[in-house]
Every structure is written in C-alpha cells, then in structure tokens.
Design a protein around this ligand. Structure first.
Ligand code: SF4
Length: 419
C-alpha cells in the first residue's frame, strides 16, 4: 500500500523529472526573494538554455519529507523562459506553477550559504568551492581537460566552452594547496555542508589528476581535524593503479570512475579519449578500487539520454523506451561488477556536438523508479542506506538517482509494515 508519505515523495519526484526536462521560467516578482536564496552558479556546466535577466536561485525545494528522510526533494533551476513551469512569488512565498493546468505548489528556496561572502587569498571562496544543493560542497579543481586539446572530448561534454563563455573562476586549474585550504575554509564557514564532491577534468596526465585530489584531501583533513566531512571524487582512473591506494590513504571516502556508456560500440563514439585509455583498463581499475575502497564505495556514472544513440550519434527517432532499456542494461552490467551506477541527465546548451535530445519526463520518471529498484535489489548499499550515494536527496538537484532509491526503499518499508 502506498502511504501518504510515499505518494508525496513520488509526486515531488514526478515534478522534479518534469522541471529537469523542460527547464523553468522565472517571474520578475521572484527577484524580491532571491537575495536570501543560494544564487545560481556555473559550477561545471551551465544547465540553462538562456541567460536569466537577474540572479535566480540555484535550486528549489519541492518537498520536505518528515520521518523517512529529513532532507528535501530538490531540483536545479535550469533556466528556460519558454518552459510551461514558472517559478513565481505570491505574498512573499515562492510558488511553482504548471502553466498548462494552472496547478500551483508552494516551494522553498535553499538559503544563501555563508560561504558566498567569504574570500581566500584575495579571491572569492566560490572560485574553488561552492555550496550545491542542500548540504553539499562542490570542488572544481579544473575546468580544462586534455581531451579537448586532442579532439577526443566526450561528445556530450560542455566543460571547456562553458568555462570560456562564463569564466566563473579567474583560473581554469588550481593547486592542491589552494583547494585544500578552500575546502577547509568552506566546511568551517557552513556547518550544514557535510558532503563533498569533486569532479576535475583531466589535467596533464591520468596520474597527475588523482594525485592532486589526494593532496587536496590530505591538506583539507589536516585543517579540519575531527570535523566530519564525507568526500567523494570523480576522476579518470590512473595509469598507475597503485595511485588508487594513494587516494584511499589521503582520506577520500568514495571514488567514481565514470565510463558514461557501457555499450562497447558506442563507447568510442561517445568517449573517444576514454576509449583510448581502454575499456579493459577501466575494468581493472574497478577491481583494484573495490579491493581498496570496498564494495559500496566504488561508482561509475552513465549519461541518461545517450545510451540508445547509434554510433553516428544521430538523435533522429530517439525514444525513451529504447533509452530506458539500454540504461537498465548498463545499470545491470555495472551492478554485476559490484560497481554502483549513478547517472547524469543529458543537457545541451549549444556547446556539444550531439545537439538536443527530446527527453521525456514520463520516461525519466519510469527509469528513475526501475533504477531505484535495481539498486535496492543488488544489496550493495548497506541496509540502512536511503540513497545510492551517501549524499542525501537534498544534495542532488540535477539528477534523480537518489530519488529513485528513496522511492524503492520507502516502498519496501511500506510493504514490510503492511505485512
Ligand atoms: S573526461 Fe570527458 S566528461 Fe570529463 S571533462 Fe574530460 S571530456 Fe568532459
């Protein structure tokens, strides 16, 4: 039986899928509320399809569960002035309106983080570390990747052009010292930040990038002492697999080696640089990381939207049914390796060679549910875990994988209670 709690979460996740796929228009009236909200920022990518006329909030809280998981269902503001979803304000309260059926829901805006106003070494702290979602710090070691120089960038990636367009930070690459200090300062300034995700592009070599991450973590942990902070890093696996041990020894909690697609024929077409590194070498890196970090702490990302493309990468005739089938097959393949799959949702802001893909919210919701059930069935996550990653629902406004797991766990609990 579906409990009221489950139905409320399910409804919020449905709206989240729609808002992620369609984007969100923002009414002028909202401007009066935004000074207290966490402002929109370009972290790695610019997810909007247009530039908003004023500083809009980064995220919206759609639902705040009680009892099951105290963290909210949250969605990123992907600005699209033509979307039928409108973020507006009524009597000083933010509201979300579906302009197709005029259904209105009250939403919340995550509060502006104290670290927005901090500086380090004469630079805004946000140059190195940003508050994302509800309780997450995002670290940006670099907005460059050597694949772009080689013409072998992942075909969905907009990292470099986004940086060149917005230049959100004065330098595209930073030192481990600066990053470690910035991370410690940010964690000190914002007690609500309990998770860290760092996602660098590839620096000079496959071994330099993870070593920089390890040095950053050591430096931050030295300054943080016993302050709890869960740190995860997404990097290409090193050439020298023993560097995975260096990452673990630095105090890193979780590692992500992102294959992005699992279908072998598509791997080279979508990710030619990664294909040069080698699919088989990825598998060796997973095995090594599982031995070092342990099951449940090794992840890999898939991009929802590109799994069903032909090798020509033509998007003509794209169907969510086929995409969901391919995604679930990829999820199963990673789970068989005991690697936890996560996923990002394809977006296009005019800066990649694939172009727009007509994602459908209902298809994404269906996949989110099936994915959550597959993760729960795998029993890789500990019994008490309510998310695929240790971050809460509230950390992940841009994707729905923890929401899928939350739905599966909530449903299991309701069934157990009914029995
Ligand atoms: S590895 Fe691929 S996805 Fe990551 S920054 Fe480089 S090109 Fe982009």
């Amino acid at each position: 039986m579906k409990t009221p709690q489950f139905l409320a979460i399910e409804d919020a996740v449905r709206v989240k899928c729609e808002v992620l796929v369609s984007g969100l228009a923002v009414a002028d009236r909202l401007q009066a509320l935004t000074s207290q909200a966490n402002p929109k920022k370009v972290h790695l990518y610019d997810y909007g399809v247009a530039v908003p006329p004023f500083t809009v909030p980064d995220d919206l809280i759609l639902y705040r569960p009680h009892g099951f998981n105290t963290k909210p269902v949250i969605v990123r503001v992907r600005y699209n002035p033509r979307s039928h979803w409108l973020l507006d304000a009524r009597d000083g309260t933010p509201i979300l309106i579906n302009r197709r059926d005029n259904v209105v829901r009250i939403v919340e805006l995550p509060m502006r983080s104290p670290l927005e106003d901090q500086e380090l070494a004469g630079l805004p702290l946000g140059s190195g570390v940003q508050k994302l979602g509800y309780d997450l710090l995002g670290v940006v070691p670099s907005n460059v990747c050597f694949y772009f120089k080689q013409g072998k960038e992942c075909r969905f990636c907009e990292l470099q052009d986004t940086y060149l367009h917005h230049r959100p930070f004065p330098r595209a690459a930073k030192t481990a010292e600066y990053l470690g200090d910035a991370l410690a300062a940010a964690a000190g300034a914002d007690p609500s930040a309990v998770h860290v995700q760092t996602t660098p592009g590839n620096l000079r070599s496959y071994d330099v990038t993870p070593r920089l991450i390890a040095d950053m973590v050591v430096r931050a942990r030295q300054q943080l002492g016993s302050r709890p902070l869960h740190i995860a890093a997404a990097v290409m696996p090193p050439s020298d697999l023993s560097i995975i041990n260096v990452l673990k020894d630095s105090g890193l909690d979780e590692v992500y080696f992102n294959v992005e697609v699992v279908r072998r024929d598509l791997f080279r077409a979508i990710a030619p640089g990664k294909a040069d590194y080698g699919y088989e070498k990825f598998l060796s890196a997973f095995r090594h990381a599982l031995a070092v970090f342990g099951e449940g702490a090794v992840y890999s990302n898939l991009v929802y939207g590109v799994q069903s493309l032909p090798v020509s990468l033509s998007t003509t005739g794209w169907k969510h049914e086929r995409e969901n089938e391919e995604m679930l097959a990829a999820v199963d393949a990673l789970l068989r390796l005991r690697v936890l799959p996560v996923f990002t949702i394809y977006h296009f802001t005019g800066r990649n060679s694939i172009g727009p893909i007509p994602l459908e919210a209902s298809g994404l919701l269906e996949f989110t549910r099936d994915y959550g059930r597959a993760i729960a069935r795998s029993e890789i996550r500990p019994q008490h875990a309510e998310g695929v990653i240790s971050f809460s629902l509230g950390s992940l406004p841009n994707t729905t994988y923890n929401d899928g797991m939350a739905l599966a766990v909530c449903s299991q609990k309701a069934s157990a209670h009914a029995a």
